[in-house]
Structures are given as C-alpha cells and as structure tokens.
Design a protein. Sequence first.
Length: 304
Amino acid sequence: MSRYVVSLGGNALGKTPERQRELLKQVSTHIVELIKQGHEAVIAHGNGPQVGMINLAFLESSSTPAMPFPECGAMSQGYIGYHLQNAIGNELSRLGIKKSIASIVTQVIVDENDTAFNHPTKPIGDFYTHEQSIELEQSMGYTMVEDSGRGYRRVVPSPMPIDVKEKEIINSLLDNHHVVITVGGGGIPVVVKGHSLEGIAAVIDKDNASAKLAELVNADILVILTAVDNVFINFGKPNAEALEEVSIERLNALIEEKQFAEGSMLPKIKASIAFAKNKKISVIASLDNAEKAFNLEAGTIIKG
C-alpha cells in the first residue's frame, strides 16, 4: 500500500462549475481505483482560474464590497472541495466502497518577507488579449504577463509554503483511513503575527503546497495532474520533445537553460524535484492519463 498525494491543476478543471463537475467525474474514477487497490489518497487542487473569477466578480459588483484574496481563496477551497467530495463520494458509493471524505479549509504559513511579494509570478483568472491586458493594467492596476502563448493573465505574488497549520488533522484523518482533500489552491496564505495567524494577499502555487503536504504526510508518490501529457522541452516548437523518465540532474540542467515557463511548468518541475530528492517519486501527467500515471505508466516520472 502506498500513500499518494494527487495534485489537480486549476486550469485542467475547466472554466465553469458545470464543466468542472464533468471533468471531476472522470478523474474521480481514477482516484477511486487507487483507493480500491488499497492505497491512501490525499487530493490537492489548483484554483488559479477560479480564484481570479471569484475576485473579479466582487470587484465588478456594484452592491457587494471587494473581497480580500485570502477569503477568495477560502471560497474556492469550499466549492472545488465540494465538487471533489461529491464526485469521489458518488463513485465510491456506486462501487459499494464505504469510505469517508473530508475537505479541509487549509491555512498555509508563508514568510511575509518572502521576495515573491516584490515579484508577482502566479497567473490567476482568465486569458486576455494584449489590448485587454493593457486596459486592465491601466484601469485596475494589475500586473499582466503573457502565459505560455495562450494570452495574457494577471499575476500575483506566490510565496513559498513553510508549513501547513492543519497538518495534525490531515494526518489523523489519513491514519484512520479517510480520504482527504486539502491545500486547495495552495492553501490560504497566512503569516505569523505573534501568537496569531493573519491572511495575506497572495496565491501559493498549489504544486509547491502539494510537495510540502506530501512531505508532511510522508507520502510515497506525488502525482501532479495538469492539461498536458508530459513535460516538454522546446514546448510549442517543431522540435518539441516529451520527457518520460528523467533524472533530477537533467531537470536542473534544463531549468538552467530556461526551458520551462516561470508561471506554468516551472513550479511543477521544482515541486517535483523538491519531493523526489528524498528518495521518493514524482509524476507530472494529464488528467486523461491519470490512472496510468498512478501506476507509473504515463507522464514524466522523476525518481530520487
């Protein structure tokens, strides 16, 4: 039996609640197959598009006050967690497997002096044209960047996770054989202020949070599910090459060559390396190939 942390990309979950439910029905069958085989599953998820939409909805409302980013993150944890609980629970019920599932609203501790606060890199929300991005920079004060050839997106600070406040609860649930959904959207970023924790405006990269979570729950395998089948070098070019099993040393060399987009694949690579270097296994694969990825038969596999 192995303990898996499965990290679902926010961009891979669709742009609407309806599409998200459809996609999660598909991925839930793969996660439940893991559980059926006797493995333990901890599910993390992104929220880049979702938290951006929530934030924008409040900003555009004429009757509702603007909502701070930590609260927007908590909202996204709630509704994405609900969809995951519902999809996995329904599949377990269909197969007659009695298993409880819990979504944990998770606070992730960051350093308020993290240099990330001076250099926003985390894309959130929808994609815009160049002209729309200029208008948003001027009207809203956003920082906009081109994202992987797909258009322009708003970027916000993305500090590194230090610790997960609810780790004891998560480990207790796992030790009692429950399925756990946690660090949604990378967790709600909080900083230590004396004896208190205070929310701070940022979005923690969910892959970095997933790697930290995998460390804290002593997972065996970290699986990052995204919108592409593999990690590619020369991505989007005629000489693009899919990476299958790859060493940490080669990935570090490719990072030096700037092969991976800073707000897209690079955090996934770095998170995978951080986990795998402790004699563990990381996998980056697509949602469509989830079951094969769980069995180390698809995706890009990094072994420490």
